[in-house]
Design a protein around this ligand. Sequence first.
Ligand SMILES: [Zn+2]
Length: 411
Amino acid sequence: MPSPLQNAVARLDQLGLVSDSPSYLVRSFLSPANRQAAEQILEWMASLGMEISHTADGTVRGILAGSNPTAPPLLLGSHIDTVIDAGKFDGPLGIITALAALETLQQENTTLPFPVHILAFSDEEGTRFQTTYLGSRGVIGALDSATLATRDAGGNTVAAAIEDQGWYEESTSIRYTKGECRGYLEVHIEQGRVLEAAGEAACVVSAIAGQSRLTVTLTGRADHAGTTPMPLRRDALAGAAECILAGETLAKSKPPLVITVGKIQIHPGASNSVPQSATFTIDLRHPEDVAREQDLDDLHQTCLHIAEKRSLALDWQPIQDNPSTRCDPALTASLLASLTSITGSQRTLASGAGHDGVILSKICPIAMLFIRCRDGLSHHPDEYATPEDINTGIQILTHFLKSLIPADMSK
Ligand SMILES: [Zn+2]
């Protein structure tokens, strides 16, 4: 019989082949591959004796009742969807390690005194609609009208996609309300290089960083590249370059602040014209909201100063402002004790990337465990975690689950 680790590695490989494209891995909200992956996960849940169900919008759930089926459930899980040309660990690792931990407990004949629900969310990445967390928002009843009206590249709304492509056969509603659950715990690859640099297999997440996203436009004047002397120019791109470098300098001086300009558009965009306008994005993240707001304000002031000095107009448009999410102190302390017991490490790390825990934190305490990934690579086909590190993750999760058994109940 294969071990829980062997099953986990084989299952990650198997899901990695379930794709909507023949040439790379992609699964998006309500796509055929997303549903195929969901059906496969339901089969694995059922093989553990879990009671299985799924929603019309493609999120699946397995319930292991435990010895007290009416106790508040502990939620485990992650997302099934992927980015375009993805790796096979981002998302599935959290579902597969949860299955492996329950399998380990079953082999040891350990029954938990509370139900465990494993959730596999249909959308976290927002690949299809550019709006994230559709799956987890669905299970807490937070798919608002603005989200349902969001359109994909083909012009379909989220609501129409659910209506026309939903998975209605035998679907049920999965809905959690505030205070009903014991907590939500997710295992995820780190998606960064901290653990690799430290030579450690895993760490506990302290918080999920807040994010500000903006679109900034600098406007000057288009001029002839040959006839306009340098002092007379109002070059929007040169101004944008100065602003971008100012952002980089600010972030380098204030870790863990990170600032990224990932997109820029120039008008008119000709080699013989002085640029009239430059529009660029800013993505600014920090685990502390007060610091994020202060740093964003500092950058805004610097950009205003640069624009003024260069006689440019500055348009500063906030697009998104997500506060940071603290992991629950009590649940995190238990998880940290399990990390220390299995690996000796006491490391905690703030997550720069968003996760489903951001949404689940609105209804219950959350905690997260990060697993080392090679070269810190993620959202890339070369994304990789070793079987040894996956095994460490399964052991920590199993230890954590057992630590929730009251002392007078354990054998
Ligand atoms: Zn993920």
